[in-house]
Design a protein around this ligand. Structure first.
Ligand code: SF4
Length: 337
């Protein structure tokens, strides 16, 4: 406890000197900070940067986002995955239009669609300088190592305790930067498998390092419940257009996105040849998709020919885009087919 002020100082000095230059760093607009935080959930920084820039260019503020057609929002999100994030962004933007502003308090931010404890704390601290500590995977790893804490971080009680500890450690004079500094340390130095302790600004305060246990921590309850599934997607062309169906309002995932048919959708489809396969993971499901070109005699109800080159009007699911990429590659290998 006595060492907390020195820990904060060492960490913030390191952050001021070594932080990565990222497009959302140094930004004070809560809208832009919020967009970056939502995009960064479950997605790598390098992958987020072009999406962030395109999204802000298209929707520079919450009013523009609130007014945009959902398909335009999904189109700019296509490839980032977890599409409920994009829908919730738009819902929250509409809530802000009703409020007349981007809310400036933690509770009001926490009340917006798609915002949990982490995002509310991140936006409140970074955009508004409010003293709320963030707790994500990077922060938990740093805290578990600094405290040489072998509790299971998958456990709710452990998380609650670590949230309390993060709050205690927070530098209340620079809460946004302190939060970002802990996350930056976890992302660039206190790495999961190979922590770079020799470069660590807080090595003097790290009890796991002193005990030689840094690589054993944090402890996370392991579940090996991966489900492997094989499926086939059919490409049925009519000129440059491909047969697809649109996920409707009732769909719990990927609502509004266009999908390719599978053999069970089209009983009479005749497979002409295979064009490849690809893997795709969703939560604990690992899919192996076989992609084949096929023919049908008659277009069934509920299916439409859509143009893959007009994706702005017809957002394609990631698996559809991957299947189309297989077809493109196949055509390059067998020109004139
Ligand atoms: S000394 Fe090593 S284990 Fe400890 S916080 Fe720094 S990088 Fe992580």
């Amino acid at each position: 406890m006595k060492k907390i002020p020195a820990f904060r100082k060492a960490l913030l000095e390191w952050y001021d000197k070594h932080k990565r230059e990222l497009p959302w760093r140094g930004v004070s607009d809560p809208y832009a900070i919020w967009i970056s935080e939502i995009m960064l959930q479950q997605t790598r920084v390098a992958a987020v940067i072009p999406y962030y820039e395109r999204f802000l260019a298209a929707f520079p503020d919450f009013r523009a986002l609130a007014q945009a057609p959902e398909e335009a929002v999904l189109h700019l999100w296509a490839g980032l995955g977890y599409y409920s994030r994009a829908r919730n962004l738009q819902k929250a933007a509409r809530q802000m239009v009703e409020m007349g502003e981007f809310p400036g308090g933690y509770e009001a931010i926490r009340g917006l669609a798609g915002i949990g404890d982490y995002t509310a704390a991140a936006v409140a601290s970074i955009a508004f300088g409010l003293p709320h500590a963030v707790l994500d995977g990077n922060v938990m790893r740093v805290l578990a190592r600094v405290g040489n804490d072998a509790s299971d971080i998958a456990n709710g009680q452990t998380r609650k305790r670590l949230q309390g500890l993060a709050q205690e450690m927070l530098d209340r004079s620079r809460p946004g930067e302190f939060n970002q500094a802990v996350m930056e340390l976890g992302a660039t130095v206190c790495l999961p498998k190979q922590p770079l302790c020799a470069q660590c600004p807080v090595v003097a305060y790290c009890q796991a390092r002193t005990a030689g246990r840094e690589r054993e921590l944090p402890v996370k309850g392991r579940r090996n419940n991966t489900v492997k599934v094989e499926r086939t997607l059919l490409l049925i062309w009519k000129g440059e257009d491909v047969l697809a169906w649109k996920r409707g309002e009732e769909s719990s995932q990927l609502r509004g996105f266009w999908e390719l048919p599978e053999p069970e959708h089209l009983a009479g489809a005749q497979v002409v040849h295979s064009v490849g396969e690809f893997r795709h993971s969703i939560t604990n499901h690992q899919f192996l998709f076989h992609v084949a070109e096929a023919r049908i005699l008659r277009k069934p109800k509920g299916f439409y020919y859509v143009s893959p080159s007009h994706e702005g009007d017809t957002p394609l699911s990631t698996t559809t885009r991957k299947a189309l990429a297989c077809s493109k590659k196949w055509r390059k290998s067998f020109p004139g087919s």
